[in-house]
Ligand binder design. Structure first.
Ligand SMILES: Nc1nc2c(ncn2[C@@H]2O[C@H](COP(=O)(O)OP(=O)(O)OP(=O)(O)O)[C@@H](O)[C@H]2O)c(=O)[nH]1
Ligand SMILES: [Mg+2]
Length: 319
């Protein structure tokens, strides 16, 4: 079979919602192998007309706050509403230990067993900005496969939050009830990216505290503040309605298109930066001139900033 035919076949299978083709396509776009990357580029270009078809949601929050439990509850509810959904989990630690992946699989057991849902861990595989790049591409593949909703779960560690916020329509922060202190651990920059706050575990002994926190946040924050009990399936419908409302507002004043445009441009910039950095890292090892700067830094003959500035001019001259 010719290369083009294989590509056409793969595209058709993905559009036809073939799960194995979908899983394989995501593996391909995540691959670091240069030969795979070529195929991945061709595939992504072919799938591009289907980008941004799904409602994209990012869910973030500290470990153990209940993200997976909430996604399972919301996911099962969405399935009842005849929606198909894909879940991508971004976990920087998953390359070292498979712990969290296994955890998520067991936590989203019902969803994992349902054909209308697709769960996929998205490893960062040590790539610079890799969390962002391969997840964005995985989202695109899922959109081509006709999922109505794509949810990305990310663990509360700075960099991946910012990356995920920059690829979704609605970015949700999940917190535990805790009389207002729960946002103290959240980095300021991240709070600015949040479209909605959900106070989870609003049940049992924590119910009162959750009400208090909700009232407090509603006063101090500009974004919608909701409560949930993911464990007991409470306020799930309200959460979905809030997501839809947020989207409608974005759509009405053209902000969604603007947001998507900015996200795509940021992605482009990040990708170029990633390529430059890769090249620079090799140059540092192989280019003797650049190597000399490092030796001078090591010998404390020159400050890092000074050496960096000289190295930059050196590279400019070499062009
Ligand atoms: N009481 C109560 N417990 C909950 C609720 N949601 C989740 N939990 C419990 O909290 C624990 C952690 O839940 P997960 O859904 O795994 O949390 P997570 O945020 O996905 O955790 P990581 O992926 O490890 O960061 C589990 O024991 C859940 O049963 C809730 O609404 N109420
Ligand atoms: Mg989880």
């Amino acid at each position: 079979m010719k290369k083009d035919d294989t590509l056409t076949l793969t595209v058709e299978k993905i559009l036809g919602q073939d799960r194995r083709a979908l899983a394989r396509a995501i593996t391909l776009v995540e691959s670091q192998n240069p030969a795979h990357q070529k195929q991945a580029f061709a595939l992504l270009d072919a799938l591009l007309p289907h980008a941004h078809r799904a409602i994209r949601i990012g869910i973030s929050g500290a470990p153990g706050v209940g993200k997976s439990t909430l996604i399972e509850a919301l996911g099962l509810w969405l399935i009842e509403q005849q929606k198909r959904l894909a879940i991508l989990t971004v976990d920087p630690s998953s390359t070292q230990s498979q712990g969290s992946i296994l955890g998520d699989k067991t936590r989203m057991q019902k969803l994992g067993a349902d054909k209308r849902a697709f769960i996929r861990p998205s490893p960062s595989s040590g790539r610079l900005g890799g969390v962002a790049t391969s997840t964005r591409e995985a989202v695109l593949v899922c959109e081509a496969a006709g999922f109505d909703v794509v949810i990305i779960e990310t663990m509360g560690v700075g960099q991946s939050e910012i990356a995920v916020a920059s690829m979704v329509d609605t970015f949700i922060l999940l917190v535990q009830p805790g009389s207002g202190d729960e946002l103290q651990g959240v980095k300021k920059g991240i709070l600015e990216l949040v479209d909605m706050i959900i106070i989870n575990k609003a049940d049992g002994d924590l119910k009162k505290l959750a009400n208090l926190s909700a009232a407090q946040h509603a006063r101090s924050l500009k974004v919608p503040v909701l409560k949930a009990s993911a464990l007991h399936n409470e306020w799930i419908k309200e959460i979905w309605e809030a997501v839809e409302k947020h989207r409608e507002v974005l759509k009405k004043n053209g902000a969604l298109q603007k947001k998507i445009k900015q996200q795509v441009e940021q992605w482009f910039l990040e990708s170029i930066t990633e390529n430059f950095l890769k090249k620079l890292k090799t140059d540092l090892k192989t280019n003797p001139e650049l190597g000399r700067f490092i030796s001078s830094i090591d010998a404390k003959k020159i400050s890092v900033t000074h050496a960096a500035s000289l190295a930059y001019y050196h590279l400019e001259k070499m062009k």
